[in-house]
Write a protein that binds this ligand. Structure first.
Ligand code: PAN
Ligand code: ZN
Length: 197
């Protein structure tokens, strides 16, 4: 849907339902789009053979992808695990590295795994009512560590763009796995410091 006129608009993000009353783009990501991302390759292959499950969905308001605009929407990450690793988003750097993002958690339990090109890392808990500020330069991936949907509202600059390729090559430096029924942050054995460019 194109906006006929560029005028102020409102919509509801309902709490606790965590739904968005107005959107014009709905993206879905399935297990098959996460090839190579989960540490347990065998568990991934076995699950994929059973079913190409829906892992997460994004509802967006379309806006021009230019500086000055703010892209925003809802991210809904379903619960589950591949082996011991919780369901997660692909994760990305913004193509324009110097762009930030704000996340507001509406529902569920989770974590945001983040890292910079220099190899600094951070993991922050997401829970309803919590705002997370992802500064410029930090790649980000949401992880659902709970048993219900993890729903977040996000806002980021229109010209940010998404660089998925850098993460696809070796993932994030930290993984979130289940141990004794609880989430645990562990090193990603495949990860190596990035070459300086
Ligand atoms: C979010 C993410 C959304 C899905 O809108 O795009 O949560 O995650 P992936 O894009 O990593 O699949 C955002 O961070 N936008 O910049
Ligand atoms: Zn982002």
């Amino acid at each position: 849907m194109q906006h006929a006129k560029d005028v102020p608009f409102t919509f509801e993000v309902s709490v606790p339902e965590a739904t968005m009353s107005r959107y014009d783009n709905h993206l879905t990501r399935r297990l098959s789009s996460m090839k190579g991302q989960y540490a347990d390759r065998e568990a991934y292959a076995a699950m994929l053979e059973q079913e190409d499950m829906l892992l997460y969905e994004v509802y967006e308001t379309k806006r021009p992808e230019v500086a000055g605009e703010l892209l925003h929407g809802l991210s809904i990450l379903h619960p589950g695990k591949v082996g011991r690793e919780y369901f997660m988003t692909k994760g990305h750097f913004h193509t324009v590295l110097e762009t930030a993002e704000v996340y507001y958690c509406l529902k569920g339990e989770g974590m945001m795994v983040m890292e910079t090109p220099e190899g600094d890392w951070a993991v922050e808990e997401l829970r309803p009512g919590r705002v997370l500020y992802v500064p410029p330069r930090w790649a980000h991936r949401s992880v659902n560590t709970g048993t219900e949907d993890l729903v977040t509202f996000f806002v980021y600059p229109g010209h940010s763009g998404h660089d998925y390729g850098t993460i696809e090559t070796q993932g994030f430096c930290k993984l979130v796995i289940e141990e004794n029924g609880r989430p645990k942050i562990v090193d990603n054995p495949r990860w190596r410091p990035r070459e300086k460019t």
